[in-house]
Design a protein around this ligand. Structure first.
Ligand SMILES: [Zn+2]
Length: 251
C-alpha cells in the first residue's frame, strides 16, 4: 500500500467528472444505436427458429411421400396377386376351391381400396404441410428483409461511431483507474439509477444539474471549496461547481 497516492477531494472530483463525461459520450453513441443491436439479435433468433420449422416440415413431407410409395407398391402387389388368383380360378376343381379363391380375390381388392384411401389421406396431409411450409418460407423471406435493413442501419452507425467508441472505451478504462474505488462504486450505483446515466452534475442556476432541485447558497459555497464530496439531497447525484465542470473536458 506504500505507493498508493492520497488524492485530494478536488482531484477525486476531477477524475470522477472526467469519467462521467467520457461515459456520457459513450451513452450518446448507444442512444444512436438505439434498439438496433437487440432487434437484430431477436430477428436472427426468429429466423433460426423458422428455418428449424421449415426443416421439420420438409422431413415430415418426405416421410409421408415415402409412406405413399409403400402404399403404391402394396397396391401393385395386391393387383398382381388378384390377377394370379383370377388365373387360378379358371382351373378350380370344385365349388369349395372356387369360393376360397374368390375370397382371396376380394381380399386383394379390399387391400387395394384401403391403400388408395391411405394415399388419399396422405396426399391431403401433404397439401396441408405444403401450405405450412410455404408460410414458413414467406415468413423467413420477410424477416430476412427486415433483418438486412436493420443490419445495414446498424452497420452504418457502427462505421461512423466505431473509432470514437473505441477511443472513449479506452479513455473510460484509464479514467476508472484514477478514481477512488469506493467513490467509483457509488458513482456506478447512482449512474445505474438514472436513465440519462448522469451521476456527477454541476450546479447550474443555483440548482442541481440533474434534477433541478435548488441548492442553498451555503451548500453551493461548500461545493465550490471542493473539500468534501457533496450530493444533491433530492436525487443523490454528486455535485460539482460549474467552474470545475467547465475545466474538465474530454476529447
Ligand atoms: Zn438533484
Amino acid at each position: 500500500m506504500a505507493n498508493v497516492k492520497e488524492y485530494s477531494v478536488e482531484e477525486k472530483l476531477s477524475s470522477l467528472l472526467s469519467l462521467q463525461k467520457i461515459e456520457s459520450k459513450l451513452d450518446e453513441i448507444h442512444v444512436l444505436k438505439g434498439e438496433l443491436p437487440m432487434e437484430v439479435a431477436d430477428l436472427e433468433d426468429e429466423i433460426q427458429g423458422l428455418h428449424a420449422r421449415q426443416m421439420r416440415i420438409e422431413e415430415e413431407i418426405n416421410g409421408i411421400t415415402e409412406f405413399i410409395e409403400q402404399k403404391k407398391n402394396a397396391i401393385k402387389e395386391a393387383q398382381a396377386l388378384e390377377k394370379k388368383y383370377e388365373k387360378d380360378s379358371e382351373n378350380v376343381k370344385n365349388n369349395r376351391e372356387f369360393e376360397a379363391i374368390n375370397k382371396e380375390i376380394e381380399m386383394q381388392q379390399l387391400e387395394v381400396k384401403l391403400c388408395e384411401k391411405h394415399i388419399k389421406d396422405a396426399n391431403e396431409e401433404i397439401a396441408e404441410k405444403a401450405q405450412a411450409l410455404e408460410k414458413a418460407k414467406k415468413a423467413i423471406a420477410s424477416k430476412e428483409g427486415v433483418l438486412n435493413s436493420k443490419k445495414g442501419e446498424l452497420e452504418k452507425i457502427i462505421a461512423t461511431t466505431e473509432k470514437e467508441e473505441t477511443h472513449f472505451v479506452k479513455q473510460a478504462e484509464a479514467a476508472k483507474s484514477h478514481v477512488d474505488p469506493r467513490l467509483l462504486a457509488s458513482y456506478e450505483k447512482i449512474r445505474n439509477n438514472y436513465r440519462n446515466g448522469l451521476a456527477v452534475v454541476p450546479v447550474e442556476r443555483d440548482a442541481c444539474g440533474g434534477c433541478f432541485y435548488s441548492i442553498p447558497p451555503q451548500k453551493q459555497s461548500e461545493i465550490k471549496q471542493r473539500k468534501k464530496i457533496m450530493v444533491c439531497e433530492n436525487c443523490g447525484r454528486i455535485l460539482v461547481d460549474s467552474e470545475l465542470n467547465d475545466n474538465v473536458e474530454v476529447k
